[in-house]
Each structure stands twice: as C-alpha cells, then as structure tokens.
Design a binder for this molecule. Structure first.
Ligand code: SF4
Length: 275
C-alpha cells in the first residue's frame, strides 16, 4: 500500500490554507505506515467542514448527523471489532452538540480513535463562536466577542479519564500529526486527539495564535501522571502539543468478550436480548 491508495476519487473542497488538509494527509500517512487495509478501516464523521473527511478516504465511511459520530463509531466497533474505527469532527460537533457522549465513551473505553479538528468556530455556518473560541475572537457574522468562557478540551478529557489524550497541530513540524494518529490507533482503548486545525476563512485570529504559541510537551513529562497532565493542560504560557495522558484500562470489547464467556453465549444478539 502507499498513501495514494487511501485517497478516494473525491477532491477535497476545503478552502485554501484550511488545517483539515493537514489532518487528512496525516491520516493517509498513518494508515500507510501502519499498513492498514482499506477494507479494515471505517471513518465516521459528524457535521461541519470536517464532516466531509470520510468522503476523501478510500475506506468504509459514514457521514452521520450533528454530534453523533461517537455513538455511531461505537456501534460500528461493537458490531465489527476487527475494524480500525476513526471518528472525526469539529469542535462545535464534538464539544457542544455531541459533548454529552464524551464522558460515556470514556467510561466505556471503546477502542476507537476520535480526531477533533478544532478551529474555534462553527465554520460551515459562516463563523459563529464555538465552545473553543478564544475570548477575544470577533465572530464574522456579528463582529462580537464571545460572552462565554472557552472550554479546555484537554483538561476535560483528562477529567473524564479518557485513556489516551493528545493535542496536535495541522502544520506542526516538531511533532508529526501522523505519529500522534499512529499512537492513538495502536492504543487499546478510547483515544482523543484534539488537533488545532486552523480556519483561515472565518477564524484567522485563532490560526495566528496557534502558529505562535504551540510547542512540544517536554520529553520528561510522565504521561501516566494525571495531575501532571492536568498541569500541562492548564499551561498559560504556551500551548503544549503531544501526548498528555495515556493509561491502560479494560475496554468495552474486553467486557463484552468476558460476558460472552461467563454467560456461555456465543452471539452478540443473544447477549443484547438478555439486556
Ligand atoms: Fe476550512 Fe474554514 Fe474553509 Fe471550513 S470555512 S473549509 S474550516 S478554512
């Protein structure tokens, strides 16, 4: 396989300079370096500019409804544990409309990788504030700054005890986005990667901040230390990128397999009937 084998026949229609291009090419690279067969991959998205991504990948794809990539990706993984399941979406999709799914997918520890293309705005609907808009970002439609505080998705993910938490940047040179994706896919359990994916069309302000403020997480950081990870997530001086937190815990699939054995059931359908 080569990177080109993961490209579909559709040509991306994102704006020039959009960070989502960086995410897509890093994903092709990660699939190639992991030698994954396209028929063993499923990419599930919510709604937004980033929601188009499954259409650009030569693999199984599902462009679902707003905020629902996680429950659908969960269903795909339970139905076919052999698949590498990637859920993708934007910050509005994942941290607002679909935010209620995050603590529960963390509790279940479903073995899927969730990539959030975070640009601090609802870009598809022309640039309204999103949960991760910076306090001094003036939204294009209203020219107003947000009335709400911005969400810290990394601190939230660590608080939920998501078993792999990382942050990347579409244009980072120091830490390859593809390497973060590879680590997340290889991790057994739920992995969240928040990717600063600039929207130069509707949030050029935040795009500039990302470029100037990101820097790699220090090598001595202990990824299993939850308090240290919290400290990094609240770093006020710069925006760390890399792996914040990584622990091993039982996955939902492990528990399903255990149930099948203890209940002497052979099929998932029979198990579901019992519930
Ligand atoms: Fe990318 Fe923003 Fe254009 Fe959407 S509007 S494609 S997020 S640059």
């Amino acid at each position: 396989m080569a990177q080109k084998d993961y490209r579909s026949s559709l040509k991306p229609i994102w704006c020039p300079g959009c960070g989502d291009y960086g995410v897509l090419s890093a994903l092709y690279r990660a699939f190639d370096e992991l030698s994954l067969e396209p028929e063993k991959i499923a990419v599930v998205s919510g709604i937004g500019c980033s929601g188009r991504l499954p259409g650009y990948v030569n693999a199984y794809g599902f462009h679902t409804v707003h905020g629902r990539a996680i429950p659908i990706a969960t269903g795909v993984k339970i139905a076919n544990p052999e698949l590498t399941v990637i859920a993708v979406g934007g910050d509005g999709d994942g941290y607002s409309i679909g935010a209620g799914h995050l603590p529960h997918v963390a509790r279940r520890n479903v073995d899927i990788t969730y990539i959030v293309m975070n640009n601090g705005t609802y870009a598809l609907t022309k640039g309204q504030h999103s949960p991760t808009s910076m306090p001094d970002f003036r939204a294009k439609p209203t020219q107003l700054m947000p009335l709400e505080e911005s969400l810290n998705p990394i601190a939230q993910a660590i608080a939920y005890d998501i078993s792999f938490v990382a942050r990347g940047y579409s244009f980072a040179k120091e830490i390859r986005l593809a390497d973060l994706f590879i680590q997340a896919i290889q991790h057994k359990g739920f992995a969240l990667i928040d990717v600063f994916s600039p929207c130069p069309t509707f949030n050029a302000f935040q795009a500039k901040e990302y470029k100037e403020c990101v820097s790699p997480i220090p090598k001595e950081h202990d990824v299993t230390d939850k308090l240290q990870a919290f400290g990094l997530a609240h770093n006020a001086e710069h925006i760390p990128i890399g792996v914040f937190y990584k622990i091993q815990k039982t996955t939902l699939q492990d528990k399903i397999e255990e149930l099948k054995i203890t209940e002497e059931k052979t099929s998932l359908d029979e198990l579901f009937e019992k519930f």
